[in-house]
Design a protein around this ligand. Structure first.
Ligand SMILES: Cc1cc2nc3c(=O)[nH]c(=O)nc-3n(C[C@H](O)[C@H](O)[C@H](O)COP(=O)(O)OP(=O)(O)OC[C@H]3O[C@@H](n4cnc5c(N)ncnc54)[C@H](O)[C@@H]3O)c2cc1C
Length: 579
């Protein structure tokens, strides 16, 4: 019976739209108001679809349905459609989704995009009483939940388990027999964890917060209007939160045609690639290189620079430690290397070849691999969003151009947050913080500045590599700042010694002649947790002296942060052998 209702609704929709087009074609008077009527019709169509959605079970993604599996793979880039991916999609991209809520004639805030930036700005504004909407084209949760932070950290955890098992002997634990990595199980765990986190970003939670959710692609149609699914929405403030995508170099012959992988497909793997070549040596490349090497792939990283983190003048000592530790886990680095061409030997298919085969020429070497991961940076999603029509200035690749309040420099009704924004760190917590900032600035008329943000960043390798602010002498030099560096090595940190992880250090950089903290680099097992103390100090103008006087529990790796402060204090205390 439900199926009949569904077909009937579709039939009505068909008849209504055919009648509309015939009628509108032949009526001049009608043509004058065509746009308005078209918009109304789109709204009615959506309502009818909503009725259909509620009355049928076809709004749910289901397992073991080949049409659903095909749709999920082709339209949303998600596979396999097992119980966990079904759960994920039912949260973040329900089929035929239409909000139950009556649209407002004008919204206080509409976020375009449903990643950290769009979710936080639209939910927070709704919770505070604003008329708010969020428009989600693909998967809510954006890159972070679906193809970024969440799946990568799930994979890293499995890889760490391999590492711990391998090192068990160092702790007096003997594992008898062979240790086997069950890669399909590793990936199933990843999907399960991602699905468990998904409800936080799901449409129903967002609607419950008071936001109207529209599922479709949004395009600006004017300085304060946009269009989604043929419907025009008016806004006082629009938050562009359209995120980014992998940058694919276009100068490598054969690459465009090759079945390469990016983060958008990597987490769908169900077969471990025996050989993986990674193009790029940034954070994503390093995290995945170490993980796949530990899980059993033979991994080669191709770095065009002569050392890690060179292009951003990252700390050279950190670069050396991270590279050495990854090499110990089986990763091969080719530095100052340039890919000459990529040749596809075998395309993947569902039968004999679950993985493709490629040949990569790098200088005098030829590498073969079943997975070529492109991790050469990110570019902003600014195309086909109607930014030109909306009068929003942007730069291809870099993103929307904003002022210090995250406001478009050319359209004061529009703000941009996160990865689609030019000149800001591309990190989830940055998108989230910018979202809070734009809610304040746009709705509360505040003057919260981007330049006031202190943004830590972490590479979740083992050991972790965490930075904040000016993180090396090289960076200070580039910025023309005179600095002093205080360093505490982990070789003498008792907790790190006891944990067998005493490779690393904490370096805190201060303005020369003062204890004003400019930034830090920490390489340690939990550097991502340790860096927060330095960020807090920087944000609140707490100097290195105070960090040295902040008692840290013994034994903790965090004592290395205090250690830098103690060095500062010792250097500045009066000596007893001087008058
Ligand atoms: C492999 C990997 C690992 C990462 N790990 C970390 C990590 O550990 N920590 C960290 O802080 N960061 C990490 N990042 C970066 C992080 O994922 C991004 O910085 C973050 O997702 C950006 O959030 P956003 O809201 O700006 O954009 P996105 O998450 O990209 O969301 C943009 C959204 O906009 C939608 N959209 C785009 N155009 C339109 C349109 N016209 N209409 C409607 N909707 C539209 C998209 O469908 C998407 O949902 C990682 C990235 C990758 C690739």
């Amino acid at each position: 019976m439900f199926k009949m209702n569904s077909r009937l609704t579709l039939l009505i929709l068909g008849i209504v739209s055919i009648s509309f087009s015939v009628f509108s074609k032949y009526s001049t008077a009608f043509n004058n108001d065509r746009r308005i009527i078209e918009q109304r019709l789109a709204t009615y169509s959506q309502r009818l679809l909503l009725i259909r959605t509620k009355m049928t079970s076809s709004s749910e993604w289901t397992q073991n349905d080949t049409d659903h599996a095909e749709e999920a793979r082709k339209k949303l880039g998600i596979w396999p459609l097992d119980e966990y991916n079904v759960k994920l999609l039912n949260e973040v991209h329900p089929r035929d989704y239409v909000s139950e809520k009556e649209p407002y004639t004008e919204y206080d805030l509409i976020a375009i995009g449903a990643g950290a930036g769009g979710l936080v700005s639209s939910k927070q504004s709704a919770r505070r009483g604003a008329k708010s909407a969020m428009i989600s084209e693909a998967l809510a949760g954006g890159d972070c939940l679906n193809v970024g932070c969440v799946p990568s950290k799930a994979l890293i955890r499995s890889a760490r388990a391999v590492s711990q098992v391998r090192k068990a002997g160092e702790f007096g634990i003997i594992i008898k027999g062979e240790v086997v990595v069950d890669f399909p199980k590793v990936m199933e765990r990843l999907r399960q964890k991602r699905a468990a986190i998904a409800p936080a970003d799901g449409h129903s939670g967002t609607e419950s917060a008071g936001t109207h959710v529209y599922q479709g692609r949004a395009r600006l149609t004017g300085p304060n209007t946009l269009e989604v699914n043929g419907q025009t929405l008016k806004f006082k403030n629009c938050i562009l939160a359209t995120g980014g995508r992998p940058f694919i170099p276009n100068v490598i012959p054969g690459l465009k045609e090759a079945p390469y992988t990016t983060n958008e497909e990597l987490f769908n793997l169900v077969v471990l690639p025996p050989r993986m070549v990674i193009l790029g040596a940034g954070v994503v490349a390093l995290e995945m290189a170490q993980s796949f090497a530990l899980l059993g792939s033979k991994v080669t990283v191709i770095n065009r620079s002569s050392r890690l983190f060179e292009s951003k003048a990252g700390d050279p000592e950190a670069a050396k430690i991270i590279q050495t530790e990854l090499e110990k886990d089986g990763v091969t680095f080719l530095s100052k290397a340039k890919v000459e061409n990529v040749e596809t030997l075998v395309e993947a298919d569902n039968d004999q070849h679950p993985l493709p085969l490629m040949k990569i020429k790098v200088a005098d070497q030829t590498l073969e691999c079943e997975c070529l991961l492109i991790a050469t940076g990110r570019m902003a999603n600014v195309e086909n969003c109607g930014l030109e029509t909306g009068g929003v200035e942007f730069q291809i690749g870099k993103g929307v151009v904003v002022d210090d309040y995250a406001r478009s420099i050319s359209n004061p009704n529009v703000y941009a947050v996160g990865d689609c924004c030019a000149g800001v760190p591309r990190l989830t917590h940055m998108s989230g913080e910018m979202a809070k900032l734009v809610v304040q600035n746009s709705l509360a008329n505040d003057d919260w500045k981007l330049s006031s943000l202190v943004v830590p960043a972490v590479a979740y390798t083992e050991p972790e590599f965490a930075t904040v602010g000016i993180s090396s002498e090289g960076q200070a030099e580039i910025e023309g700042v005179k600095c002093e560096v205080y360093r505490a090595g982990l070789e003498h940190n008792d907790r790190a010694i006891l944990e067998n992880s005493n490779v690393g250090f904490c370096k805190i950089i201060v303005k020369k002649g003062s204890d004003e903290i400019l930034g830090a680099t920490i390489v340690a097992e939990r550097a991502g947790e340790m860096i927060n103390e330095v960020s807090l100090a920087m944000k609140n103008n707490i100097g290195l002296y105070a960090i040295g006087r902040n008692i840290h529990p013994y034994p903790t790796t965090g004592e290395a942060v205090m250690g830098c402060g103690i060095q500062y204090i010792n250097k500045h205390l009066p000596r007893f052998d001087e008058n």
